[in-house]
Ligand binder design. Structure first.
Ligand code: FAD
Length: 226
C-alpha cells in the first residue's frame, strides 16, 4: 500500500532566470536577444525585471522554461485531476499494457485511514483484486479487466510543463479547496522547483495570494472572499 506521492524533479533548465530575463528584455530592447543573453547581468537586475513583467501579466515570457517531473504512488483519482490541465504533457503507466499481478497498489484516503472504515476498504480492494485476477485467468485482456479497477489504484506518470503552467497549476491546486492528494503532489512539485530556484516561491502560491482575495464560493479563511 502506497503511503504518499513520490515526486521527483527530472529536469529543469540550469539558466532559467537568464532565459526569462532574455525573453523579457527582448520585448523592450533594440538589441539582439543573443547579445542580451551573452551580457553579464546581476541577479538583482534580472529578478527586478522578471517581477515587473510578471506583475504586468506578461506570462508568455515564462513559457520558455520546460520542467519535467516523475510522479508515482498517486491514485488514478489524483492523476485524473492532473491530466485535466491542458498545457501539460503526460506519459502515464498503461492499464492496457501493464497487467496487475496479485494485489494492485492502492491509496487509502486519509479520511478513511485509521477509521472503522479502513478494514472494510482494504477488504474491498482485495475482492476487486481477486475478481480482476479471475478475469485475467479466464483470458479477458488487461485492457478490459481494468474496468473493475478503482480510482484508488495507484499510477505513475512522467509530467512535463512550462513554468507558466506550473504557476497556474500551483495557483489552482495548492488552494485548500483542491483535494488533499493533488494538493500534496503539486506542493511537492513546487518545493522541488523552489529548492533549485528559491526566487520562484513568490509565484508558486495558491491563487488567493496572487489575487489578494478568495474567488471560491466560500473561503477557507486564509483570505476573505471578494
Ligand atoms: C477545486 C477544484 C474543483 C474542481 N471541480 C471540478 C468539477 O467538479 N468538475 C470538473 O469537470 N472539473 C473540475 N475541476 C477542474 C477544472 O474545471 C479544470 O478543468 C482544471 O482545474 C484545469 O484548469 P484550467 O482549465 O484553468 O487549466 P489548464 O487546462 O491547465 O489551462 C490553463 C489555462 O489556459 C487557458 N485555456 C486552456 N484551454 C483553453 C481553451 N480550450 N480555451 C480557452 N482557454 C483555454 C485557460 O486560461 C486556462 O486557465 C476542478 C478544479 C479545481 C481546482
Amino acid at each position: 500500500m502506497q503511503e504518499s506521492p513520490l515526486v521527483n524533479l527530472l529536469s529543469i533548465p540550469e539558466n532559467i532566470k537568464k532565459i526569462i530575463y532574455t525573453a523579457c528584455r527582448t520585448c523592450y530592447s533594440a538589441d539582439y536577444p543573443i547579445n542580451i543573453w551573452d551580457k553579464d547581468v546581476d541577479d538583482e537586475k534580472i529578478l527586478k525585471l522578471i517581477d515587473k513583467v510578471l506583475s504586468s501579466g506578461h506570462y508568455s515570457t515564462v513559457e520558455h522554461c520546460q520542467i519535467v517531473f516523475s510522479v508515482s504512488g498517486v491514485s488514478r483519482a489524483c492523476t485524473h485531476q492532473i491530466v485535466r490541465h491542458r498545457h501539460m504533457s503526460f506519459s502515464q503507466k498503461s492499464q492496457r499494457y501493464v497487467t496487475e499481478k496479485g494485489q494492485f497498489e492502492y491509496i487509502v484516503p486519509p479520511t478513511v485511514k485509521d477509521t472503522e472504515m479502513e478494514k472494510e476498504f482494504v477488504q474491498f480492494m482485495g475482492q476487486i483484486s481477486e475478481f480482476y485476477g479471475k478475469m485475467i485467468e479466464k483470458g479477458i485482456p488487461a485492457e478490459d479487466a481494468r474496468y473493475v479497477l478503482p480510482n484508488a489504484a495507484t499510477s505513475s506518470m512522467v509530467v512535463s510543463l512550462n513554468l507558466r503552467e506550473l504557476i497556474h497549476l500551483a495557483n489552482l491546486r495548492i488552494c485548500t479547496k483542491a483535494q488533499k492528494e493533488i494538493r500534496t503532489t503539486v506542493k511537492q512539485m513546487c518545493e522541488l522547483v523552489t529548492e533549485k530556484e528559491p526566487w520562484l516561491s513568490k509565484y508558486l502560491v495558491p491563487k488567493c495570494k496572487k489575487l489578494g482575495y478568495c474567488d471560491e464560493f466560500s473561503s477557507c479563511g486564509y483570505m476573505p472572499t471578494k
